[in-house]
Design a protein around this ligand. Structure first.
Ligand SMILES: *Cc1c(COP(=O)(O)O)cnc(C)c1O
Length: 465
């Protein structure tokens, strides 16, 4: 399988190089040249497969010819071994034909474990084979950093540096990163905000000269294709459990960078009968404005109680635009050029296509908190704030009550105690047992000034040891 850039001016790459490359040299994002499609008969034959068996079926066409079947199976097995629930992605019913897909059973209690546990073991395999060592550098406002660290902590060929804004991530989120004491894990608390962290990482990728000989940076944010690929699997898993392919299923997805819901769109293109795909946003609603009013303009960032969806721009939306414009790289380059000045407008045809594929809805903090309370009062099921936004968006946009609606639960409520308290819960929601001692564990991190050369000095000094 070959991978091409959304901006049409970078050479096609094979799977392994795409995993190691991140952004294409023309500034675009890599997507598969052709998408595998499964027949309804084939999908029907997968009913009853375990999560791992299904993951192999769904992902193997994307790596065909590069990762041998036995290796892919082993990588999948290792990746999902760390999940606490035998189903990996269990379903819980919250109302008539309404289901929660619990994607928080992994080691860091958020859905990002699905992609990053897989990516960690995949990198291990690729790097061992190539006898290559790499440096992962990433910025995090919370969930990505801990999931990436958990994914790579046992990898001998990876050093990972994660920058978080000093004193601006929650205690649970910080401790999930800083209590991992393996020698290849390095946490940097930057004296700055999340944007400063992100700019620092971008500048480092653009100029990697500070690294020792033979090392390169690898990205673990959701522009990395392997992350998207691993997320396609749970759409199949949930839909099959609820009667697909004989019966269509709908999904509501709390959305930030458009990675998770893009995987849902791919599942549909690959043959899964998905009726409705709901884009659920918080007050940072660029995607909802785009779909509902053709307003894809940058607005100031709002800090909400669902911080993992606090974005101004959705980086993976470019992958969607590429398909909406029938894979015309020139058109995407032009759109992204327009967007640099603050806004882009979709053509009538592209907008029509987008509206045929997606519903969208925006939920502010006040309404989100009410939803946590309402669902808890009726069912005693505690939603995390991101998931609550998905549930509300599903209820507000739903067209067909007889089609099962699956709301993706992207995090465990214990990760976001503030929202849960606002919803009237008197105590912090309990962490799962295996994390009981999180607040007693030793922490290790380096506080650094918001200055590129200090960060680079720290990285080279650390790698020199
Ligand atoms: C990252 C994250 C999201 C947003 O996912 P995208 O793929 O960026 O759309 C939603 N909820 C939680 C809890 C997250 O960590």
């Amino acid at each position: 399988m070959k991978y091409i850039s959304t901006r049409g001016q970078a050479p096609a790459l094979n799977f392994e190089d795409v995993v190691l490359t991140g952004l294409a040299p023309d500034g675009g994002l890599y997507v598969p040249e052709t998408l595998p499609e499964f027949s309804q008969e084939e999908i029907a034959s997968w009913v009853g497969l375990s999560y791992e068996e299904l993951a192999f079926k769904v992902m193997s066409p994307f790596v065909a010819g590069e990762v041998p079947d036995a290796e892919l199976k082993r990588i999948i097995g290792e990746a999902y071994k760390s999940f606490r629930h035998g189903a990996i992605a269990p379903l819980v019913q919250t109302s008539h034909n309404e289901w929660i897909l619990e994607l928080f059973q992994g080691p860091t209690l958020a859905f990002k474990d699905f992609a990053l546990q897989f990516l960690g073991h995949l990198l291990d395999y690729i790097l061992k084979k190539r006898q290559q060592k790499v440096v992962i550098m990433g910025a995090t406002s919370g969930d990505t950093g801990s999931a990436a660290i958990e994914g790579c902590r046992r990898s001998e060929n990876v050093d990972i540096f994660i920058l978080h804004p000093h004193n601006r991530v929650s205690n649970v989120q910080r401790r999930q990163m800083t209590t991992v004491l393996e020698n290849n894990v390095h946490n940097i608390a930057l004296d700055g905000n999340f944007d400063d962290c992100q700019n620092m990482v971008k500048a480092s990728f653009a100029n990697q000269g500070f690294l020792p000989e033979g090392r390169q940076l690898v990205a673990v944010n959701s522009i990395n294709w392997a992350r998207i690929m691993a997320q396609i699997v749970y759409y199949f898993y949930a839909a099959l459990a609820l009667g697909a392919p004989a019966r269509p299923v709908s999904f509501s997805v709390p959305t930030g960078n458009f990675g998770d819901i893009f995987a849902g769109y791919l599942a549909k293109r690959m043959g899964l009968p998905i009726e409705q795909l709901v884009i659920a946003t918080n007050s940072n609603d660029i995607l909802h404005r785009c779909i509902s009013a053709n307003d894809h303009s940058k607005q100031p960032l709002e800090h909400t109680l669902s911080p993992s969806m606090d974005i101004m721009v959705s980086s993976n939306f470019e992958r969607m635009l590429f398909d909406l414009y029938q894979r015309d790289g020139d058109a995407i380059r032009q759109l992204m050029e327009d967007f640099k000045s603050g806004a882009m407008h979709l053509s009538d045809t592209a907008l029509e296509r987008a509206r045929a594929l997606f519903s969208s809805h925006r939920v502010d903090d006040a309404r989100m908190v009410e939803v946590i309370r309402e669902v808890f009062e009726k069912t005693e099921y505690l939603l995390d704030p991101h998931t609550a936004i998905g549930v509300e968006a599903a209820r507000a946009t739903r067209r067909n009550q007889s089609t099962p609606m699956v709301c993706l639960a992207t995090a465990h409520p214990a990760k976001f105690p503030e929202a849960v308290k606002e919803a009237g819960q008197s105590d912090d929601p309990a962490l799962p047992h295996h994390m009981n001692d999180l607040f007693k564990r030793e922490e290790r991190y380096e506080v650094l000034p918001n200055n590129l050369s200090d960060v680079h000095k720290f990285i080279t000094r650390t790698l020199g040891h």
